[in-house]
Design a protein around this ligand. Sequence first.
Ligand code: NCD
Length: 315
Amino acid sequence: MTAAPQLAADGRLRHLLTLDGLPSALIENLLDDAARLREQWHTQRALPQHLAGRTVVNLFFEASTRTRTSFDLAARRLGALVVNFDIASSSTSKGETTEDTLATLEAMDADAFVVRHKENGTPAQLAAHARQAAILNAGDGNRAHPTQGLLDLLTIRDRKGRVDGLNVVICGDIRHSRVARSDVHGLHALGAGSVALCGPASMLPAREEFPGCRISDDFDAALTDADVVIMLRIQRERISDLPDLDVDSYHARYGLSMQRLARARRDALVMHPGPINRGVEIASAVADGAQSAILDQVANGVFVRMAALTRLLAR
Ligand code: NCD
């Protein structure tokens, strides 16, 4: 990550663009802050208004429900004003560059921009242009989705007591997944014992891109001794040449069924960033079962986003 440094010279977080290279102490601090905010919310239903007087703009150039809503609630519950910028009816569709959109909104004293874009690197590019504002990457292309990585780490830490030493399997369309990339960066930073990436050959990434991970098309074998199994959606919108996918045969080899889950450790945790495709990458019985942490992930998302916004914006 070079285009725009996310850490200021004094080591402070200036933008949140990727977990790649983020110091593990900073990651742990963000998780601790999120857990503290969660505790306050659950006991008091009220939170410190760390973001009072601040303005957060959601700039989503790609469809999103959960991530946008999660950032929106996180910012509002801490007292910020939130603007949901409607790209379809914006000047971007009149030919304005994204940098000019940023400058325009910064001139109205926007303090932070939450950016999702289909192109790799757009949030980093905007960070390079920002005068004062902080940029939070809410997912760029297949490159990074740092708050998803953080909420996954928090969920694992809660349910397993640690990340250190755990065996994690990530299965599905790894090649097109920004979630897989941010998860791997975060898992390595916090000392996961092993990370295995699984999927059909056409959905596996280049080995050089994932140093330190096992890469295989044999999901059954990879599941042995797994403590955590993260399932991913097939990112159809990012695959230009997707051959007609035979859902049944995909599910037969790469879908997480109850029977297949039995190959993992008995207390293995099942995760998925959503949106889930029932009967494709995950069976309903697993998604809704006792080992599933899918809704915990969603709940934790709001608190890690609060932690990130607070660190970037609190005065
Ligand atoms: C993911 C994304 O958009 O990258 N979703 C999310 O943020 N929860 C994964 C996906 O779309 O499959």
